[in-house]
Design a protein. Structure first.
Length: 261
């Protein structure tokens, strides 16, 4: 069930991506217009370029675009959380703001979530044909292998920014810096299923990468051990689904209302 008539809210965290905003927004608009009502929420995570100016300019001509700004950078997970708390739709899609995620895959991801029903807590995209440097590909392979060995979450590419999930499911997850990298394991911990879909990777439109795969390896390892602890010491009861739920969109937890000030 959509909130405020919106089928989906797309959340895009960015830091110093001024030159990538307009071309990516045009792609998002083309992809989402056939889906009905939507909104796009950019979260400027403490940029010191013209990102904020560009978002202000474009929001004046795109009625479906809004943005929030962090006065200083608090990290990708915090930026995503700000966007999700601001969102008005009950279905959320997150994506990177550098153009490497193709918005053309958003409709099929939303349909997969809706078709699977309330038992599905996440549709996770996994990239094919990675366009990163050889070093970043090696870094990604090592990080994903370590994560898979410890968490066994069935995900080979948790670093892909394209994710689709119910807003209420996300807001029930424990928040910490790095949450976006561990969503499959934590969603499964809460008793939901995770669906995967293959997407093509692209080169970034312009500029340099701002958020590394594990940002700082030491922090990534600490997060990984913390998630392992959550999986083994704080497991929640499985989600109960009746026979009517397999065709329904995940129902909104009415306690999770917009509380972003």
């Amino acid at each position: 069930m959509a909130r405020d008539g919106l089928r989906v809210s797309v959340v895009v965290p960015v830091r110093n991506e001024a030159s990538n905003i307009e071309p990516l927004l045009k792609e998002i608009e083309r992809a989402l217009l056939p889906m009905g009502e939507f909104e796009v929420i950019y979260v400027d995570d403490g940029s010191d370029d013209l990102t904020s100016d560009e978002l202000q300019r474009l929001s004046s001509v795109c009625p479906w675009l809004s943005y929030r700004r962090h006065e200083f950078s608090t990290g990708q997970s915090a930026a995503i959380r700000t966007g999700v708390k601001t969102a008005r739709a009950s279905t959320i899609v997150t994506m990177d703001g550098d153009g490497q995620n193709d918005p053309a895959f958003i409709p099929s991801m939303v349909e997969m979530l809706e078709r699977t029903g309330a038992i599905c807590g996440l549709v996770q995209a996994q990239r094919e044909g990675r366009q990163d440097t050889g070093f970043k590909k090696l870094q990604s392979r090592i990080a994903n292998n370590i994560r898979q060995f410890i968490l066994s979450d069935g995900t080979r590419d948790t670093g892909c920014g394209l994710k689709c999930f119910p807003r209420s499911v996300y807001l029930d997850l424990p928040f910490f810096a790095g949450l976006h990298r561990f969503m499959p394991a934590l969603v499964q911990r809460d008793g939901y299923t995770v669906r995967f879909t293959e997407v093509r990777d692209r080169t970034r439109l312009a500029g340099l990468s701002k958020y590394g795969l594990f940002d700082r390896l030491g922090v990534g390892i600490v997060d990984l051990l913390g998630v392992w602890w959550l999986l083994h010491r704080s497991r929640r009861s499985p989600v109960r689904v009746d026979s009517r739920d397999h065709v329904d969109h995940p129902r909104l937890d009415t306690r999770m209302m917009q509380d972003f000030a």
